[in-house]
Design a protein around this ligand. Structure first.
Ligand code: MN
Length: 237
């Protein structure tokens, strides 16, 4: 058998923590849905009646474990080249089965579990990218841009089609919504995304954020949750 000889040791595969099992969830890709809540689409200056949600992605190694039950909150470095780092609290879907052209009716069978994450965004760079029609990579896909709680298996959480989603900064409520307000629901997101990519076990999907996104500063403590799923917490340093 041919063994690959690498020029240097390959980077470790990013993996997420699975709640209660001690096991790890090997991350394949991180997909994100943009403007999946009408109130957030409007606060970003879009018309949710005319523009459906859309996808972008983050590199797998943008993942950072930031579980809300940790004794000491995870530290997230304030990223370079921005003065407008913003929070977006999101329900995160973890896939345990892949596929292409997945039917909405079958999508639930592809779900391994759920987590809560924050889609950290360099809003100033995103605005420049939007104005000039450029890619979003530098505004969305930077290092440590995806702090996420432990993944809770669907057998434990049930199906979070409805549940409060909120985020506090230093104890002050900044975002508050309900997952039932998503424009594309969980099954529809999986089905739609699977027409664009061959999904694989290990894919994480950020499902969009409700309104109330805003800036954070060094020293801020961010805490968020989706009711019945998990809590996420971290400090910006
Ligand atoms: Mn987002």
């Amino acid at each position: 058998m041919n063994q690959v000889t690498y020029a240097f040791p390959p980077a470790a595969r990013p993996s997420a923590v699975i709640h209660g099992s001690g096991g790890h969830f090997p991350i394949h890709r991180i997909y994100c849905v943009g403007q999946n809540y009408a109130d957030h689409a409007r606060e970003m200056g879009s018309d949710p009646q005319r523009e459906p949600p859309f996808f972008f992605s983050k590199p797998a190694d943008a993942y950072l474990l930031a579980d809300g039950t940790a004794a000491v909150p995870t530290a997230v470095a304030y990223p370079s080249r921005t003065t407008d780092l913003q929070h977006e609290i999101e329900l995160v879907v973890a896939l345990g089965r892949g596929g292409s052209n997945i039917a909405v009716a079958n999508a639930a069978t592809h779900v391994f579990g759920f987590a809560v994450g924050v889609d950290l965004t360099r809003r100033d760079l995103q605005k420049i990218a939007k104005d000039r029609g450029r890619p979003w990579d530098t505004s969305k896909g930077f290092d440590q841009s995806a702090p996420v709680s432990a993944i809770h298996p669907v057998q434990q959480t049930g199906w979070p089609e409805r549940g409060a989603i909120w985020l506090k900064v230093n104890g002050e409520l900044r975002q508050q919504g309900n997952t039932q307000a998503m424009i594309w629901n969980i099954s529809e997101i999986i089905a739609e995304l699977s027409t664009l990519y061959c999904l694989l076990p290990g894919d994480l999907i950020f499902t969009g954020t409700p309104s109330g996104v805003g800036p954070v500063q060094r020293g801020d403590l961010l805490q968020g949750a989706v009711e019945g799923i998990a809590t996420v917490a971290f400090r910006i340093e």
